[in-house]
Design a protein around this ligand. Structure first.
Ligand code: CA
Length: 536
């Protein structure tokens, strides 16, 4: 790979110095490989086209700074029986949608208290900018790129796009070993309560290691938040019962039934996904409240509050049964907040706002993947702590397996890394980078892209024209200052790593669309195979 990069540097006229301490190189063009005709989308043109026989001798890549070898410190685990686990995965919750993440409008006292009692991650990411891929990563510890579950199910295929999107996998294959299946080997009672969205009935939670499935289907949003719900796996409750409350009550019941043995409750609330609905009296409270920042939608605020109520009720139950001390409680989201959508008439505003992050769900930028993550485990995690190390959804499986001392199945592959060193109070993980791959189009503005974050830097590679953008997130949380033209060495190194990762995971790369017509509307979504679209 290095010789190809060296070849590219020569071709681009960039290899003018071996030492980058003072960077005399001219800027990389905004679209470094776009000028060449590239028959292999996803692979830089110079790499794809360099003939081996004419390749110059290998030259070492310049280094930016010497790396310090980091050794993560594993904390001693609390003594006693295996911990109970509650994973609350909120749908479409933006990273500023909570009081403890800065919202001055939404009221989330119970979640704020969870942060006070545990660790709040400031640089947490979803595995994808949309939902099903993140859910698959949460279940398997694998990156969506490796699973080929890279878009929401059933997704959409644009009618006239530059690139043909790959045929991605639209269910969680039964061969995949899930967190629930692993925990079953340790005697855990397991429940999936809420949105599943990982395939039709033959791929439901009960086929993936869960003892019970309450409310999970192939669908991605509820027809209504008020009973009757019209969800096949959830008997309707009394008229006007609210869905977040009902799922919480089901989880409370499961705790009561399983209090004598370790339990794993996966609670992927349907909230706060569309249709945005809330209880009238709660909406009225927010209608009387002044908007703050980009947060101003009283109905969305009421839906957020229903999630906060859920956290409060579950924690009260754990306290009542004296189970709180030995329970790992994870609160997080499956993608960024719904802030902006592109439609035929231009942009429309979503129910929330992710500022200072750029854009939101379905975009390549921070708003699409920057999410809240709070982990409470009184036996291990220091109350009120924060962690600034970048972490991602596929870390939860290795973390929870390590926390419960559950070995991986033979030959099981995971892409994540255990967060126990961070939860134990150190700030070090062994890995250097985290990655995303979304070879799809989305009204949230995404075109096919892949991305890498290493330290404070994020590089996004856009497959349509192979241009890259580079941001320093510490200095530029809003991703407005693309440094790729000015920091070409770093951009090339990160792109090299990203390409190697895509190859390693067997990522599906979109191909050129020979029928693309630049004079036609680019991205008119249509229904794949005439199927009824399901909410993402
Ligand atoms: Ca979602």
């Amino acid at each position: 790979m290095h010789r190809f990069i060296a070849s590219f540097l020569c071709l681009a006229g960039l290899l003018t110095a071996q030492t980058p301490s003072v960077n005399p190189t001219p800027p990389v063009p905004e679209t470094p490989a776009a000028a060449a005709v590239n028959p292999t989308p996803g692979v830089p043109a110079s790499i794809a086209q360099a003939p081996a026989s004419k390749t110059p001798p290998p030259a070492p890549l310049p280094t930016i700074q010497p790396r310090t070898v980091k050794v993560p410190v594993l904390p001693p685990l609390p003594a006693g029986p295996p911990p109970n686990i509650i994973v609350m995965l909120i749908d479409d919750m933006g990273w500023t949608d909570l009081g403890c993440y800065g919202s001055k409008y939404y009221e989330t006292p119970h979640i704020d208290q969870l942060a006070k009692d545990g660790m709040r991650f400031t640089q947490a990411y979803s595995a994808c900018t949309v939902c099903s891929p993140t859910r698959a990563a949460m279940m398997t510890g694998k990156a969506p790129a490796r699973l080929h579950i890279t878009d929401w199910i059933t997704g959409h295929v644009p009618s006239n796009s530059r690139l043909l999107i790959p045929k991605w996998t639209m269910q969680l294959p039964l061969e995949e070993e899930t967190l629930a299946e692993r925990l079953k080997t340790r005697g855990y009672g397991t429940a999936s309560i809420g949105k599943w969205h990982l395939g039709e009935e033959e791929f439901y939670p009960t086929k993936h290691g869960f003892d019970v499935n309450i409310g999970g289907t192939s669908g991605g949003s509820p027809p209504s938040y008020f009973s009757p719900y019209k969800i096949a796996t959830l008997p309707d409750g009394p008229k006007d019962e609210f869905l977040s409350d009902r799922l919480t009550d089901e989880a409370v019941k499961f705790i009561d039934k399983n209090k004598e043995k370790p339990f794993f409750i996966y609670l992927p609330h349907y909230g706060v996904h569309t249709p945005i609905m809330g209880k009238p009296e709660v909406i009225a409270k927010y209608q009387a409240k002044k908007a703050a920042g980009g947060h101003s939608n009283p109905v969305y605020a009421a839906l957020v509050e229903s999630i906060d109520d859920s956290v409060g009720k579950l924690r009260a139950k754990l306290n009542e049964l004296k189970l709180a001390e030995n329970t790992i409680f994870i609160f997080t989201s499956d993608n960024g907040g719904l802030s902006n959508m592109v439609n035929p008439n231009g942009w429309s505003r979503g129910p929330t706002d992710n500022s200072p992050a750029r854009l939101g769900k379905g975009s390549a930028y921070e708003g699409g993947v920057h999410i809240p993550l709070i982990v409470s485990w009184p036996g291990l995690v220091k109350p009120g702590s924060t962690c600034d190390v970048p972490v991602i959804t596929y870390d939860h499986v290795p973390t929870l397996l390590a926390a419960t001392q559950t070995p991986l199945k033979k030959d099981q592959v995971v892409d994540g890394e255990s967060l126990l060193p961070l939860l134990g109070g150190t700030d070090t993980l062994a890995r250097e980078a985290i990655y995303w791959h979304y070879p799809h189009y989305h009204p949230g503005s995404a075109t096919p892209y892949s991305a890498i974050r290493e330290g404070d830097w994020k590089l996004i590679h856009f497959h349509e024209d192979n241009h890259v953008e580079l941001y320093n997130l510490k200095l530029d949380a809003g991703e407005v200052d693309n440094r790729a033209p000015f920091d070409s060495v770093r951009a090339l190194q990160l792109r090299d790593k990203l390409m190697a990762w895509l190859k390693d995971t067997g990522a599906q790369i979109p191909e050129r669309n020979p029928k693309y017509d630049p004079d036609k509307q680019v991205n008119e979504p249509r229904k794949p195979g005439g199927e009824k679209r399901k909410a993402e």
